[in-house]
Design a protein around this ligand. Structure first.
Ligand code: GLC
Length: 564
C-alpha cells in the first residue's frame, strides 16, 4: 500500500443539506432536530461520517454560505444545544461530523464587514478587499460566479469591494494576519466543540493575483469576464494553508477536504501530499466541469464516456500520495443520474446503482449526496418562481434583461440549476414526502410519491439497499479504498472498466453506460473471472470464460484469479 491507513479513507461520507433534510417544527425548512430524528436512517445506511452543510447564522442570500456569525447557529435550524445533541448522538452511533468552513468570504451582515464598510480607518476595513473605481466603473472586468460584476460600490468609503460570489458575500483579505488569526481561532473553537473535520468551501480561491489585473477570457452576456486564472491556486495560498494546518489541526486526528476549483493534478498533490500537508483530501471538479463551456457552466457542452474516463483516470493516476474526495454530485451540482445517466424509463434505478458501483471503487473517499441513494433526479421546474438559488435567479434575470433565448435559459436551468439537488428529502409518499407539515421552502421533486425512503426500504432491489451493500463492502475490503487503479479500454465509448489491485488480489470493475447490451472479449490481462463480488442486477452470474456481456446499465465487480 503506498499510502497510510486512516479512518477517513475507509468509511463513506454522507452529505446533508440541512435546509432540505428533515423539518421538525413545521416551518417548511429542515433543521438540526430533524437530522437528530433521522439518525437511524444514517445508521441503517452504514456511513461513517457526515458532511453537514452550513448551519451558522446567516441572512441566507446564498443558503448559509454567507455567514454572519461563525460561532452561533442559524435560528431556523435551531440552537447550539441542538448542534451539541446532534454531535453526541452521531458519536454514540460511531458517526463523525464534519462541518462546512466558509472563509473565502463572510456575509455583508457580519460585524466585521459592517464595521469595514463604514470607514477606511476602521481596523476591520482591511479585513476585506477594496479598490477605487476605474473611469466611474468597477476596478476591473471580473465577473462574479453569480454574475454580473465581482465588485460592488460602497458609498461611505467611495470604493468598491470584491465579491467572487453574490454582492452579499464580500471576500476576506487573507493577506491580513488578523483575518487569519480570527479564522484559526474560530476553527479551533469548533474542534474543541467536537467537530471531526472541515469541508473547506472554495479554499483554493483565498488569494488573488496581486494587482487584480483584468481577466483575459471570453466576455459573458453582461460584458464581464470570469477570472479563473486570477483567483485559483494563487501564491501564497499554500503557505496560508500550511499555516492553518500547523496552527489548528496538524496534531489532531481530524479530516479536512478542500473544495478546489480550477485545479490540476499537480496542485492537487501540493494540497494533499506535500511535505507539509495542507489538506487531507481535495474535491476535484475536472469530471464535473466537462459539460460546460469556457463562458461557464450554463453553456452546455456534450460529453462522451472516453473523456469522463480520461478525466477521472488522470486524477487516479496523478494524485500520488495525496487523497481525493469522490463524488458525482453535491448541493451545487445537478442530480448525478440526470447528468451522467438516465433520469427516466425502465433503467433509471439500475443506472443509479451502476453509478454508485463505479464511484465507490475508485481510489479516494466516496461522498454520497442526500437523495442519491434513492435515485433522485433533476426537477421539471414549471417556472422561475419555483427556483430559490441566487445563482439560478441571477442567471434567469440576466437572460431576460439581455433578451437571451428562453429555450437556452430553460435548457440551462433544467440541466444545471443548483436547485435541482436542493429539493427536500422524500421520506414517504404522504403530503410533502414527510419532509414537513408546513409549506416546504422549495418544491419537492414531483416524483416523490414513488421515489422515497419508505418505498426504497421495502424493495430489496432498491438503490438504497444497493448503496447499503456498497457501503458495507468497504468495511470488509481494503481493496476499495486502497487498491491501485488501472483503466481498461480507455477508448471504449460504452463501457467504463478498470481494475483494482492490492497485494495478490485483483478486482475487475465494469459498467455499461448505455441502454444497449454490450459484449466484449474478456480482457486477458485482468486474469480469469473467479468470483462475482457485486452486480446491480440480481440474476447476474460470473461471466463465461472469454467474454464479458453487460446488459443496459449493468455494472459488475468481479474478483479475478491470478493468471498463471
Ligand atoms: C461553494 C459552495 C456553494 C457556495 C459557494 C460560495 O462553491 O459549495 O454552495 O455558493 O461556495 O460560498
Amino acid at each position: 500500500m503506498e499510502t497510510a491507513r486512516h479512518w477517513w479513507k475507509e468509511c463513506v461520507f454522507y452529505q446533508i443539506y440541512p435546509r432540505s433534510f428533515q423539518d421538525s417544527n413545521g416551518d417548511g425548512m429542515g433543521d438540526l432536530r430533524g437530522i437528530i430524528d433521522r439518525i437511524d436512517y444514517l445508521v441503517e445506511l452504514g456511513i461513517g461520517a457526515i458532511w453537514l452543510g452550513p448551519v451558522c447564522k446567516s441572512p441566507n442570500d446564498d443558503m448559509g454560505y454567507d455567514i454572519s456569525d461563525y460561532q452561533d447557529i442559524m435560528e431556523q435550524f435551531g440552537t447550539m444545544a441542538d448542534w451539541e445533541e446532534l454531535r453526541d448522538k452521531l458519536h454514540e452511533n460511531g458517526i463523525r461530523i464534519m462541518v462546512d468552513l466558509v472563509v473565502n468570504h463572510t456575509s455583508d451582515e457580519h460585524p466585521w464587514f459592517m464595521a469595514a464598510r463604514r470607514a477606511k480607518d476602521d481596523p476591520r476595513h482591511d479585513y476585506y478587499i477594496w479598490r477605487p473605481g476605474r473611469d466611474g466603473r468597477e476596478p476591473n472586468n471580473w465577473a462574479s460566479f453569480f454574475t454580473p460584476s465581482a465588485w460592488e460600490y460602497n458609498e461611505a468609503t467611495d470604493e468598491y469591494y470584491l465579491h467572487l460570489f453574490s454582492k452579499k458575500q464580500p471576500d476576506l483579505n487573507w493577506h491580513n494576519p488578523a483575518v487569519r488569526r480570527e479564522v484559526y481561532d474560530m476553527m479551533t473553537w469548533w474542534l474543541d466543540k467536537g467537530a471531526d473535520g472541515f469541508r473547506m468551501d472554495v479554499i483554493n480561491l483565498l488569494c488573488k493575483t496581486p494587482g487584480l489585473p483584468d481577466a483575459a477570457g471570453k466576455e459573458d452576456m453582461n460584458g464581464y469576464v470570469f477570472p479563473s486564472e486570477h483567483i485559483a491556486n494563487i501564491d501564497p495560498v499554500h503557505t496560508y494553508l500550511q499555516e492553518m494546518a500547523r496552527e489548528v489541526y496538524a496534531d489532531k486526528d481530524i479530516f479536512t477536504v478542500g473544495e478546489c476549483l480550477f485545479m490540476d493534478t499537480e496542485e492537487g498533490r501540493r494540497y494533499t501530499a506535500g511535505e507539509n500537508r495542507e489538506l487531507h483530501a481535495v474535491f476535484s471538479f475536472s469530471h464535473i466541469d466537462m459539460d460546460g463551456q469556457l463562458e461557464g457552466k450554463w453553456y452546455y457542452r456534450p460529453w462522451k464516456l472516453p473523456e469522463l474516463k480520461a478525466r477521472l483516470t488522470r486524477w487516479q493516476d496523478e494524485i500520488g500520495k495525496g487523497w481525493l474526495g469522490l463524488f458525482w454530485s453535491n448541493q451545487d451540482q445537478p442530480r448525478a443520474l440526470s447528468r451522467f445517466g438516465v433520469a427516466s424509463g425502465p433503467y433509471r434505478m439500475r443506472c443509479a446503482k451502476m453509478l454508485g458501483l463505479v464511484l465507490h471503487n475508485l481510489r479516494g473517499t466516496p461522498f454520497v449526496y442526500q437523495g442519491e441513494e434513492l435515485g433522485m433526479v433533476n426537477v421539471p421546474w414549471p417556472s422561475t418562481d419555483q427556483l430559490r438559488d441566487v445563482e439560478s435567479l441571477n442567471f434567469a434575470a440576466n437572460c431576460r434583461r439581455t433578451g437571451a433565448d428562453e429555450s437556452f435559459m430553460w435548457d440551462a436551468l433544467h440541466r444545471k440549476a443548483r436547485d435541482n439537488a436542493r429539493t427536500p428529502m422524500p421520506w414517504d409518499a404522504s403530503e410533502n414526502g414527510g419532509f414537513t407539515t408546513g409549506t416546504p421552502w422549495i418544491m419537492l421533486n414531483p416524483d416523490y410519491p414513488e421515489v422515497n425512503v419508505a418505498t426504497a426500504r421495502e424493495d430489496p432491489e432498491s438503490v438504497f439497499h444497493f448503496y447499503r451493500r456498497l457501503i458495507a463492502m468497504r468495511k470488509e475490503h481494503l481493496m476499495m479504498p486502497y487498491g491501485k487503479f488501472q483503466l481498461i479500454w480507455p477508448e471504449d465509448p460504452d463501457i467504463f472498466a478498470y481494475t483494482k489491485t492490492l497485494g495478490q488480489e485483483r478486482w475487475f470493475i465494469a459498467a455499461n453506460f448505455t441502454d444497449k447490451t454490450c459484449e466484449r472479449p474478456w480482457p486477458d490481462k485482468v486474469g480469469e473471472p473467479a468470483e462475482l463480488m457485486l452486480s446491480n442486477i440480481c440474476d447476474r452470474n460470473l461471466p463465461a470464460l472469454g467474454r464479458l456481456c453487460l446488459r443496459p446499465y449493468e455494472g459488475v465487480i468481479i474478483r479475478c484469479g491470478k493468471k498463471a
